[in-house]
Design a protein around this ligand. Sequence first.
Ligand SMILES: [Zn+2]
Length: 285
Amino acid sequence: MRWQGREGSGNVEDRRGSRVGGVGLPLGGGIGGIVLVLLLSAVTGQNPLDLIGALGGGTGGGVQVDPSGSAPPADDPQAQFVSVVLKDTEDTFGQIFQQAGGAYQPPALVLFSDATQSACGLGQAAMGPFYCPGDQKVYIDLSFFRDLDERFGAPGDFAQAYVVAHEVGHHIQTLTGLSEKVNAARQRGDEVAANQLSVRQELQADCYAGVWGNHAAARGLLETGDVEEGLRAAAAIGDDRLQKQSQGRVVPESFTHGSSEQRVLWLRRGLESGQLDACNTFSAR
Ligand SMILES: [Zn+2]
């Protein structure tokens, strides 16, 4: 991608090098709190007592800066890259919403290391990037990009951009009210039905990522091989391939994100059409 020297987004919140503190933790105190602390310390490699201190120190709340000063500089290339991609999604979806007579409210993007608080509970690096509708923020630990390359065999900047744009796609689903409808249906349905809804929701986010890619290409951001990088990433994180890797077999009923083939298909549909309307995964068979 040709991203260097481009303007970044003003909506990036850099929490790297901070640790989880004070209020708003999902499990509260007591046994739950202790379990959480042990989990946290397993994740962060920190001394549990240290973390209990951080959790118990109720005055400040929020996030406390790690005194060891392990935060990378805010302008390192990877953070800058994510910021430029986010800005480009803001331009793309801003334009699309405006043309439809609406106004796009962009999400914030939180960079974190190891663990951080979100309105959806404790965000952890091991979960991979995620979007939280409760605070309308995308959460990314940049170490995921190394996994994408080394564990999933999907290197390249456009593969990373696809991941960011996919999470922004979930934000659009919140803005359009789709997420709320899916959640309501999920609460009524059985597990298999809920998984099917989840697959359609994820495939739509893939398609929305493709819509962004289409507009990025029109603005001259894409280079030869970029689209292939994105498609390779979509295939790499299909449920079937991940299941085969982790448990040696594939259980389609338990899919929550879609097969590699489906993910590639919907990303491609967005890339080719450049239109949100092309992403109606809920009416597709
Ligand atoms: Zn997703």
